[in-house]
Design a protein around this ligand. Structure first.
Ligand code: RIB
Ligand code: CA
Length: 365
């Protein structure tokens, strides 16, 4: 039975499909004719999925600056902040750098985890370190900057954007997940057919020897383990950029100064965001540098050489709900229980990452 996609019957008539013409797809996503790079090779078409967030914002700027990438759309998701905030923050970042890219509002919560009261929670209250007002310091601001965006997200939601865009894509698309994987997991569930046009799914998430949300899990995976499992078992080509790698892609006070010296809106914004992260890391864990997790994931799409010690191995996600909830189980044994399904990077070239950071951010206004 060919898996048909429940598309038009679900999608509200909106700007993309003029009313009365259900079934006719309007000019969706950025499926422009083949755009070429300077060396005449085709640009890599990508979709970003973000919970903007300080490091997401820097990742967005890098993706928009990279001549080799064509960002077809940016999907927003809950995670660092509610989806209303992550959507507004994404719009503000694009406006700050004068970049034009459609933004598609995504899921406000996990697939099921938030409905289960006994699932393990992040115990923020127990984290060490307090701000001057006695609260745990924020790594991500509720709203980036102080100027509301003059732009609005598209009428199509993120899940339907994935389905419409990937079903119609003429070239395969790289999907870059920088937050909880809820949007893509639901799109894959409703319409598995979209896998045919996914070149690769690059995932900032997980950790083998490093975690952050709990003793066992990294934040993006922990917030929606079931979504991460759906993606892990999708059969698509997967490339994890976990905490083991991102903690080797850090910036400190010297890089923040250098970002400000770019004397551009992008440099200023990136410096401000990195400073917010550094201030929190100093208070929470007495650190003098911060990992720009999502920025490394985008850099790996631009140039995979920025990752080191990549293993093609078996990655599974624990959805048990207790101590190990959201853990990425990396079976690096010579004879794993199941067939390998993903590349998992255990390191990064920090110097190359910082070089790419300045190279691409310096292209922005
Ligand atoms: O664990 C790091 C990840 O969680 C990053 O994507 C950061 O933005 C947060 O979403
Ligand atoms: Ca993120």
């Amino acid at each position: 039975q060919r898996q048909m996609c429940i598309r038009d019957s679900l999608r509200p008539a909106g700007r993309d499909v003029p009313a009365g013409r259900a079934g006719q797809l309007g000019p969706l996503c950025g499926l422009r004719p083949d755009r070429r790079r300077g060396d005449d090779s085709p640009m890599k078409q990508v979709i970003l999925d973000v919970d903007t967030g300080s490091d997401d914002a820097i990742a967005i700027m890098l993706a928009m600056a990279a001549p080799s990438l064509e960002v077809l759309g940016i999907c927003t998701v809950w995670g660092n902040k509610p989806v209303e905030n992550t959507t507004e923050n994404t719009l503000r970042v694009l406006e700050a750098i004068g970049a034009d890219c459609p933004v598609y509002r995504g899921c406000p919560s996990s697939i099921i985890k938030h409905l289960q009261p006994n699932r393990r929670k992040i115990k923020t209250a127990e984290k060490p370190g307090r701000d001057r007002d006695g609260r745990p310091p924020e790594i991500h601001q509720d709203l980036i900057g102080s100027v509301p965006s003059t732009r609005r997200p598209e009428q199509t939601d993120a899940v339907h954007f994935y389905i419409d865009c990937l079903l119609r894509a003429e070239r395969k698309v790289t999907v870059v997940l920088l937050g909880p994987q809820t949007n893509l997991a639901l799109a894959l569930t409703i319409c598995p057919e979209i896998r045919k046009n996914i070149e690769e799914i690059v995932i900032m998430g997980g950790g083998k020897s490093r975690t952050n949300a709990t003793i066992a899990a990294e934040f993006n995976i922990f917030q929606d383990p079931e979504a991460a499992l759906i993606v892990a078992e999708s059969g698509c080509s997967l490339s994890y950029v976990p905490l083991d790698a991102t903690h080797q892609a850090c910036v400190g006070p010297a890089e923040i100064r250098r970002l400000r010296e770019l004397d551009t809106a992008a440099g200023q914004l990136a410096a401000d965001l990195a400073q917010v992260m550094l201030r929190a890391y100093r208070i929470i864990q007495n650190a003098e540098e911060v990992p720009l997790h999502d920025a490394l994931a985008v850099c790996s799409v631009i140039d995979p050489h920025v990752l080191r010690d990549r293993r093609f191995t078996r990655v599974d996600i624990d959805c048990g709900g207790d101590y190990a909830d959201g853990q990425t189980l990396v079976d690096a044994r010579a004879y794993p229980d199941k067939l390998p399904n993903a590349w998992f990077a255990l390191g990064a070239d920090g110097a190359l990452f910082r070089e790419m950071l300045f190279t691409y951010l310096s292209k922005l206004r």
